[in-house]
Design a protein around this ligand. Structure first.
Ligand SMILES: NC(=O)c1ccc[n+]([C@@H]2O[C@H](COP(=O)([O-])OP(=O)(O)OC[C@H]3O[C@@H](n4cnc5c(N)ncnc54)[C@H](OP(=O)(O)O)[C@@H]3O)[C@@H](O)[C@H]2O)c1
Length: 318
């Protein structure tokens, strides 16, 4: 896959190249978008626009995101795609059907491969840190999965700098494959943990960074300027409670002045800004329609100057 309208970056110090914008399926595919024809059109547009990285998790729509995205991706050349999935969150009431134990990881990867319809995952993420499992147990099964060809790289998601360091030390000592990518939340509203803790540590170890919720679940587009009428925040209470604060709504309204001066939308500005931040490999987009994806990919044409970077950081300071 190469598309001159897209840019591609090495995933940290790995040879693997990811499109600067990628596409994920949290709450969307198999969730708020159930119609396979729509899912197929969005994924195929992503591919035609140069996106090569598709991010899934077992827990998204309890397996349906893997099934539906897998169904659409099956029609595209597998060797051009970078497909990830994740393991950690409970998939059933079963006591062992959660976490990062050797058993759960092995059972989960087999199920994810089956649901997606692929022989291997390019990246397999530990969806959170598991305090109930020794990190070495997790690392050794990830290392085994790489040796068996079931996964090519393994990564972490929402691990702290200390947890990443713990994993690196164990890998170094035991000669195991190291995690080569971290997947943290990062957007204009959620900056502090990424900028202070995760990015410096991940970059120090040569890990790639693929980041989630770039539009703060849509809030940064300005779609909630006049209240919540529909969209994700109308459906998921905890997101509404954490994100929809007077301060955030005010800052997003203020951001319109910067976007207007640059003749782009606020969403495009927020995405273009993310793509220029230190350590960034790929910004994982979410979209419930073709139109949203098209608008978001317009961020590729937005140029973030030092002055704009400074203005945005001031407006969204922490
Ligand atoms: N590792 C983790 O723990 C973790 C956690 C969360 C997400 N992720 C990954 O990151 C991906 C992206 O996260 P995200 O979906 O939260 O990203 P996001 O960009 O913050 O939110 C995407 C949602 O915002 C709305 N939206 C997007 N573009 C829009 C536009 N141009 N105009 C208006 N509304 C728009 C859509 O929702 P509505 O149309 O429904 O309003 C869309 O589903 C996920 O799919 C997943 O792969 C990972």
């Amino acid at each position: 896959m190469f598309n001159a309208n897209m840019s591609y970056r090495n995933m940290g110090r790995c040879g693997l190249k990811l499109s600067t914008f990628s596409l994920g399926g949290w709450t969307t595919f198999g969730g708020s978008v159930k119609d396979f024809t729509s899912i197929r059109s969005i994924l195929h547009l992503a591919y035609e626009s140069g996106i090569n990285f598709f991010d899934i998790a077992d827990v998204y729509a309890k397996g349906d995101a893997e099934r539906m995205m897998g169904g659409a991706l099956k029609e595209l050349p597998r060797h051009e795609l970078v497909i990830s999935s994740k393991v950690f969150w409970p998939m059933s009431e079963d006591i062992n059907d959660k976490g990062l134990s050797r058993k759960h990881i092995l059972e989960s990867v087999n199920r994810s491969l089956q649901r997606i319809g692929t022989e291997y995952l390019d990246i397999y993420f530990c969806h959170r840190y598991d305090p109930d499992t020794p990190v070495e147990e997790t690392i050794r099964i990830m290392d085994d999965l790489i040796h068996h060809g079931k996964i090519l790289y393994w990564g972490t998601s929402e691990w702290t700098a200390d947890q990443i360091q713990e994993a690196m030390d164990i890998c170094e000592k035991g000669g195991y494959y190291k995690p080569q990518v971290e997947q943290p939340q990062y957007n204009l509203i959620a900056r502090e943990k990424f900028e202070r803790d995760v990015q410096p540590k991940a970059s120090f170890h040569g890990m790639g960074l693929v980041t989630w919720s770039p539009l703060a679940s849509g809030l940064l587009t300005g779609k909630y300027d006049d209240g919540i009428h529909d969209g994700r925040l109308s459906k998921i209470d905890y997101l509404k409670e954490t994100l929809y604060t007077d301060e955030n709504v005010h800052r997003v309204r203020e951001m319109k002045k910067i976007a207007d001066a640059m003749e782009c939308t606020r969403g495009q500005l927020a995405l273009a800004w993310l793509a220029t931040q230190p350590g960034m490999t790929s910004v994982i987009l979410g979209a419930t329609s073709i139109e949203q994806l098209q608008e978001n990919l317009g961020a590729l044409k937005v140029n973030i100057t030092e002055e704009v970077d400074k203005d945005l950081k001031k407006l969204f300071s922490f």
